[in-house]
Write a protein that binds this ligand. Structure first.
Ligand SMILES: C[S@@+](CC[C@H](N)C(=O)[O-])C[C@H]1O[C@@H](n2cnc3c(N)ncnc32)[C@H](O)[C@@H]1O
Length: 241
């Protein structure tokens, strides 16, 4: 079980008083079924467990692709936490991320899985090719992260008012994303195509764009960004009541 995902999602929940959760790519439900939040939406074209016994008005399952979900009337009007763990390609994960932007608010937090491949084989966006090349190299195992590592590179250059950190300890690497102005903003790549072409071996030149952090460092950064916003919204609430 990927208990690091559940732990990190619960850490976000503690910090933001989150209620509404969206998970893209759910598989056996190792994360989804263990996340404790009042309202949860799960999207996967091929769930590997019986969803009916768990489904309710508050816990909803959509056995469709993320593209079909986002272009339907199914999404709630906003989500507090979004966990992106669907198809392991840059293009699809980026599309999933962009599709959630209109469903976000100032304190929405995203967790994007698999943003740092463990080796070059794992970084190939084609699963069959990744497995074949690993086997040909005489290596065992089947880790597959795909080229989602390009998403933090995209965030770096194209989302100056989003902040993020790529967590590298205590479990699978994941990127935590929140609203925050990165100043002074400076882009790194000459084009979007340069990001699209970035290889696993190029990553050593892009540490500043990946914004590597320990889990605790990442959550400290998140706390610094969201706490003042939450305090001011709580102040407004208490003034009204
Ligand atoms: C790595 S698994 C998800 C693991 C799960 N989040 C967890 O923490 O246990 C990836 C899942 O993404 C699903 N998937 C693949 N393409 C997808 C798409 N276009 N939209 C949504 N889910 C997709 C697969 O069916 C698979 O179950």
């Amino acid at each position: 079980m990927s208990d690091w995902s559940v732990r990190r999602i619960h850490r976000i929940r503690e910090m933001t008083y989150a209620q509404q959760y969206l998970e893209i790519g759910v598989n056996k439900g190792d994360t989804f079924l263990h996340v404790q939040l009042p309202r949860k939406d799960a999207v996967d074209p091929a769930f590997l467990f019986a969803t009916e016994p768990v489904a309710s008005v508050d816990v909803r399952f959509f056995d469709i692709t993320s593209d079909d979900f986002f272009t339907s009337t199914a999404p709630r009007s906003s989500y507090d936490i979004v966990f992106l763990d669907g198809l392991h390609t840059f293009e699809q994960t980026l599309r999933d991320f962009i599709a959630t932007l209109p469903l976000a608010h100032a304190n929405t937090v995203w967790l994007i899985d698999d943003t740092l491949p463990c080796d070059v084989y794992s970084s190939l966006p084609n699963l069959m090719q990744s497995l074949q090349q690993r086997k040909q190299a005489g290596l065992s195992g089947d880790p597959w992260h795909g080229d989602i590592y390009k998403v933090p590179l995209f965030l770096h250059d194209y989302c100056p008012n989003l902040d993020y950190a790529t967590i590298t300890d205590r479990g699978n690497p994941q990127t935590l994303v929140w609203r925050g102005n990165r100043r002074p903003f400076e882009s790194k790549f000459t084009s979007l195509e340069a990001i699209s072409r970035a290889s696993y071996f190029d990553l050593e030149n892009y540490a500043e764009c990946m914004r590597y952090a320990s889990e605790d460092e990442a959550f400290n950064l998140l706390a610094k960004a969201v706490s003042p916003r939450l305090e001011s919204s709580l102040d407004i609430f208490s003034e009204k009541t």
